[in-house]
Ligand binder design. Sequence first.
Ligand code: S3P
Length: 167
Amino acid sequence: MKVVLIGFMGTGKSKVGKILAQKLGWPHFDTDDMITKDVGASPGDIIRKRGEAPFREIERKAVQLLSTIDRCVISTGGGVPLDKSNMSDLSKNAHTVWLKARPDTILKRAGDLKSRPLIDPKNPLESIRQRLSEREKSYAVAQSAIETDGLNPDQVADQIFSLVKPA
Ligand code: S3P
């Protein structure tokens, strides 16, 4: 069994994944970190310099590799569920969890928008709203969903731990 965290950017997938992995005593993998190490550039830089499609190909390879690993926690980049093959690979023998947050919460957590090429800096809130609504169906394939507004990463990790803790 493994735990796979999906959801929009700024919903806490990376931080929560790290904490949850510690609680479970399992290794933690983060698709964005893997890509950054392999390519030597962050997802934001890859998208800005090469475009979104080449980034998705690199991301697909990271997902294929991670889907072969058991007893781990995987934090995915926000666009991973857009490719159905990614979710069918990651859902095998896994508990998938959708971390949700309101657009205003996402904007507050997003940090420097220069590193977020998929958010329009001229109208960030509207841009987040629109992309989120386009993606909801892809995220809704998760087995569980957690509203993270008003919760810190520890609290979210606790909630997931009680959902998935081995008996
Ligand atoms: C993306 C989210 C980012 C990163 C890339 C694309 C997206 O990851 O993979 O910039 O399409 O939503 P986080 O969700 O970890 O910010």
